[in-house]
Design a protein around this ligand. Structure first.
Ligand SMILES: [Zn+2]
Length: 760
């Protein structure tokens, strides 16, 4: 076939790049195809996948070396669903991972005869979510990155023996003048591009067929083989399931009958291909091209078959009577290779869903006697109670993939919603961590009371009663955020296997469909926030608890019993940690020396001696030497078995990653490695115990705190003044307090006797 040879030679054309506004001859299309096959050979599922990946990337895993990781990743969805939208949608980590798993399955090419229904309660923002997603798809599909081509025929009138002068539009043109005729035809929806008098008649493919499928199926493999060099793409094309359609797809009935009619008339495939052009597939939701969105109230068309009478007349004139091309298609054609979406399964959308059944399972649709083939991405949103509308229809249900889209189950995302609604400055009106705790109260109402997965893992939750509620909701919220809390004991941490993690995350499937809705939460927040801001008060943990127990006690009916108390406990614990850490005088040098010596010594037999290459210290490597440092890493009450395990594991990570990867390969200093950072954190944690005592026992210390900022402060001795300033400065620098809130939180720690409460 001649155009191919030309395409292979025509490298100049391939340098022109992908322009979104240009119509190409079939030869130029092949040249582009050769240059960018991975972009131009994509079905809608692949384009959708690429669009999401382009916005979201591959996310971030906080525990990359965790052998029990289940790839529960932190994805940043702001560019996909928040920025430049009418209304932002905030995806929590649970939903983000769920969605990315579905998107990933789009790439593989399997499972395409499905409709994906996002199933969520009122106020979960599912319509906003879908609208934003569709907006991003349209932007991407019309950009150079998302470009695909569609088929448009330009029937050469001279070549087809059209003597001109007697088509309807030209008769009109003689009567009305060309300009008014063009306008009239445009109003009728015909001939936008082929003005009367043009040398060709333009026939767009209403199904947006990729021009590649115009190559007859029996020749397609050979031609693609000739077109591509033996590279990675060619390998993928011939073996990847996602490219099956390239070899199996048929052109739509209009394109295939046009092809046959022209071939019969011209008897020359080259001549037929010279009339096939490729233009960028422009997606336009408002026109229903490439994206159609139906609301329950949208009436269903009484006219299932669509046509273009003017174009039909011209085709009839041009082509021999025996090979009539019927320019007839359904509305499904216009979203072929595009997206068909249902907003809610109520009213007319219920019927639409039933009508889709055949199309989804067979990929075909009958228009009068013609079988139209439809390959679209089918999406929808629904309320849980709509499920009864499809309840009895099992074969349809088998074609549905339900994706839960529930109320937010994760505090950072919940806070982001408040900040988006009320402005970022809301943070300034809360003591640190209190705003997040408000979000946790809201989220607690959305969780199931019992968590079999957590119970099975933790056993008796009372051992954590200082940090966590009895239902383990606070633990669950942390896990949903991707955080493994540092207050878990060594045993439980070790028992947190991949299997358990999967069980915990799986429980989210059935959570977040009751409790405070997104809208409820905004109203409640406004109530709390408004009152305090009017009074010019900071919102403290006390005011938060007071709000739910005294100001709006009816709200606490939705909050699990004991949750507020537990939340305050956790708050107290964390606040105490902050104050301790801020008070503590870290001897960084000593810590660094211990840790480097320890890591070095682990690689030697006990009873030997060696000079540490990091510190230059001469080490006698004995059990007692290692024990001494391990006491500071693990605490003193640790079993010998655990001690040996820890030693072996640390040594393994040191040799397999820290030394070989980070130090030797990446050129890092040992103190910049991940293992070092983890050990340092442990060291500091255990060293912090008991640090507060001397201060708490000193009555003058409390008074000095109270007097900070006043003239009386100067009357205290210099040691106390230095300590107070040191504490306040550290709290501000490290934990986001300002001077006033830092002082308040210190008094809170002292007056609530927190050090004693959490001692031992
Ligand atoms: Zn077509």
């Amino acid at each position: 076939m001649d155009p191919i040879r030309k395409a292979l030679q025509d490298l100049a054309a391939s340098q022109r790049g992908l322009e979104t506004g240009r119509t190409l001859s079939f030869e130029d299309f092949l040249a582009q195809l050769r240059w960018r096959p991975d972009r131009l050979i994509r079905n809608v599922h692949q384009v959708f996948h690429d669009m999401v990946r382009a916005h979201v990337g591959h996310g971030h895993d906080e525990y990359p070396d965790d052998p029990e990781s289940i790839n529960f990743i932190a994805y940043d969805f702001s560019s996909l669903l928040v920025e430049d939208t009418d209304q932002p949608f905030f995806a929590d980590r649970i939903f983000a991972n769920r969605l990315m798993n579905v998107i990933e399955s789009f790439r593989g090419g399997a499972q395409q005869n499905k409709i994906y229904l996002f199933n969520g309660p009122p106020g979960s923002g599912k319509s906003i979510f879908l609208n934003n997603l569709l907006q991003r798809f349209q932007e991407y599909a019309n950009s150079p990155d998302g470009i695909r081509y569609e088929t448009v025929w330009r029937l050469d009138r001279a070549r087809l023996g059209d003597d001109g002068g007697h088509t309807a539009s030209e008769q009109l043109a003689r009567l009305l003048g060309e300009k008014r005729t063009a306008k009239l035809l445009q109003d009728l929806g015909a001939g936008q591009r082929s003005a009367p008098g043009a040398s060709y008649i333009e026939v767009p493919c209403p199904s947006h067929d990729n021009p590649i499928v115009m190559i007859p199926r029996d020749q397609r493999a050979a031609i693609l083989d000739a077109l591509f060099a033996s590279d990675e793409f060619k390998w993928n094309l011939s073996t990847g399931k996602q490219y099956d359609w390239v070899f199996s797809a048929e052109p739509c009935t209009i394109c295939s009958s046009l092809y046959r009619a022209l071939l019969r008339k011209l008897d020359d495939p080259d001549a037929v291909f010279s009339m096939i052009f490729a233009r960028p597939y422009q997606v336009n939701r408002r026109l229903g091209e490439g994206i159609s969105v139906y609301n329950p109230g949208d009436l269903r068309s009484r006219q299932p078959a669509q046509t273009n009478l003017e174009l039909q007349r011209r085709l009839d004139e041009l082509l021999p009577a025996g090979s009539r091309v019927r320019y007839i298609y359904s509305r499904y054609a216009r979203t072929n290779n595009g997206i068909y979406a249902l907003m809610d399964l109520k009213g007319h959308n219920k019927d639409r869903l039933f009508e889709l059944h055949n199309i989804i399972s067979e990929g075909v649709h009958k228009v009068e006697e013609i079988e139209e083939s439809v390959q679209s991405l089918f999406l929808g949103v629904m309320n849980p109670e709509d499920e009864q509308n499809i309840g009895g229809f099992q074969s349809l249900k088998d074609r549905i993939e339900f994706i839960h889209i529930n109320y937010v189950l994760e505090s950072p995302t919940e806070v982001a919603i408040y900040a988006n609604t009320f402005g970022r400055h809301i943070h300034e009106n809360f003591l640190p961590r209190v705003l997040e705790n408000f979000a946790r109260v809201i989220i607690s109402s959305r969780l199931n009371e019992n968590s079999p997965a957590l119970r099975d893992w933790i056993g008796d939750p009372r051992k954590y009663m200082l940090y966590c509620d009895e239902n383990l909701h606070l633990l669950k919220m942390a896990m949903y955020t991707g955080v493994i809390p540092d207050w878990l004991d060594e045993e439980d941490r070790k028992r947190l296997t991949a299997k358990r993690r999967r069980q915990i995350i799986a429980e989210a499937e059935n959570e977040g469909s009751s409790g405070f809705s997104g809208r409820d939460a905004i109203d409640i927040f406004q109530d709390l926030y408004g009152a305090h801001v009017r009074e010019g008060q900071l919102i403290t943990m006390d005011s938060l608890v007071n709000f739910f127990t005294k100001v709006r006690p009816e709200l606490s009916e939705k909050v699990p019993k004991g949750f507020l108390d537990a939340l305050r406990n956790m708050y107290n614990y964390q606040t105490l940690q902050e104050v301790k850490e801020s008070l503590f005088y870290y001897n960084e040098q000593q810590i660094a020396r211990d840790l480097q010596n320890y890591l070095f010594a682990l690689n030697f037999e006990l009873g030997t001696s060696a000079r540490c290459t990091y510190t230059g210290d001469k080490l006698e490597i004995t059990e007692a030497f290692l024990d001494g440092i391990e006491d500071r890493l693990l605490g003193q009450e640790i079993s010998d078995e655990r001690r040996r395990e820890f030693r072996a594991e640390t040594q393994r990570v040191y040799t397999s990653r820290t030394l070989t990867q980070e130090i030797m390969l990446d050129g890092k200093d040992i103190t910049d490695t991940e293992l070092y950072a983890a050990l340092r954190e442990r060291y500091v944690f255990h060293l912090k115990e008991k640090v507060l005592e001397p201060f708490l026992k000193n009555i003058n210390f409390r008074r000095a705190l109270k007097d900070l900022g006043s003239d009386d402060f100067k009357t205290y001795d210099s040691k106390i003044r230095t300590d107070v300033r040191f504490l306040i400065t550290n709290l501000c620098d490290r934990f986001g307090y300002n001077e006033q809130s830092a002082r308040e939180v210190c008094l809170y720690v002292i007056d609530h006797n927190l050090a004693e409460e959490f001692a031992g």
